[in-house]
Design a protein around this ligand. Structure first.
Ligand SMILES: Cc1cc2nc3c(=O)[nH]c(=O)nc-3n(C[C@H](O)[C@H](O)[C@H](O)COP(=O)(O)O)c2cc1C
Length: 193
């Protein structure tokens, strides 16, 4: 099983989602036969914004980098995504990565019957962090709702959120939210396929 681990928080060692994502990966490694873990820090090592130039693939070096990113995603069985809520959505660094893996003809296609995801069979686990508290279905949530829509569009319905929220209320709320999120990992994850 290949696991791809991505971080996108800009808050360095103060980050909630980095801590939670690392705990999720450790949890997986302890319980399942993880053959490889590939890691990218999208904050320290960002993917460039999608531009007309990158879409046109005129720069062969950048085009090859994009191909490697897509292949890394296609090869992964499990993706652990550190995804904070920034301005009700996701960090732009994470969006830049998504712009390289949501590719018509590779990870989705349009058919007479509607769009079809081509990346089925993967599992996505999101380490989610939010300053406020939004629960499962807030109309202000464009972070988790977006990620569910995006990966569903690519054919990945197996997406789970490990959430620490209300972390901006006080240091105590932050600690409690992190502890609760980590404790939820002790509930056995469904067996890996
Ligand atoms: C640039 C920025 C934008 C943020 N926007 C929101 C927001 O819209 N709603 C919210 O509840 N919290 C917001 N927060 C708080 C973060 O969601 C919270 O700090 C969370 O822990 C971020 O995860 P991280 O610690 O891994 O970066 C924002 C934080 C930053 C740095």
């Amino acid at each position: 099983m290949k696991l791809l681990h991505l971080d996108s928080s800009a808050l360095g060692d103060q980050s909630v989602t980095r801590e939670l994502g690392a705990a999720i990966v450790a949890h997986w490694r302890a319980r399942f036969p993880v053959a490889t873990v590939e890691y990218r820090d999208l904050d320290a090592d960002p993917v460039p914004h999608l531009t007309g130039g990158s879409l046109a693939r005129t720069d062969s070096v950048l085009a090859a980098q994009d191909d490697r990113l897509l292949q890394q995603f296609l090869d992964a069985d499990v993706i652990v995504l550190g995804a904070p809520m920034y301005n009700f959505g996701i960090p732009s660094t994470l969006k830049a990565w998504i712009d390289r893996i949501a590719i018509k003809g590779k990870t989705f296609r349009y058919t007479e019957q509607g769009p079809q995801g081509l990346a089925a069979g993967k599992r996505v686990i999101v380490a989610s962090g939010r300053g406020g508290a939004y629960g499962d279905s807030s109309p202000a949530d464009f972070q988790e709702a977006y990620l569910r829509q995006l990966f569903g569009f690519l054919g990945i319905d197996d997406i789970e959120f490990v959430r620490a929220e209300g972390v901006g209320l006080s240091p105590q709320h932050r600690e409690q939210a992190l502890a609760t999120a980590k404790a939820s990992l002790l509930v056995p994850l469904r067996d890996a396929a």
